[in-house]
Design a protein. Structure first.
Length: 75
């Protein structure tokens, strides 16, 4: 493996760990001991699915561009 490939794999692994850490922090914020009264809030939006699909498509497009550029540079 070349040095660039190792750096790419390390960067991808680091970003996955960072995303997992961020998801854990938002699902259970620090300082929440679970002793407070639980409150349920219902939020209704018109088009939540399209927002999620748009975000996923944007991320996929950005990653595809990065991978294409990386492959072009390493031919």
């Amino acid at each position: 493996m070349s040095r660039k490939n190792v750096l790419l794999i390390a960067a991808l692994a680091f970003s996955m760990v960072l995303f997992a850490f961020a998801a854990g922090c938002t699902s259970n914020p620090a300082g929440n001991t679970g002793t407070a009264e639980k409150t349920t809030a219902v939020v209704t939006t018109q088009e939540p699915v399209e927002i999620t699909v748009f975000a996923a498509a944007s991320l996929k497009g950005a990653l595809t561009d990065i991978i294409d550029q990386f492959q072009a540079e390493n031919k």
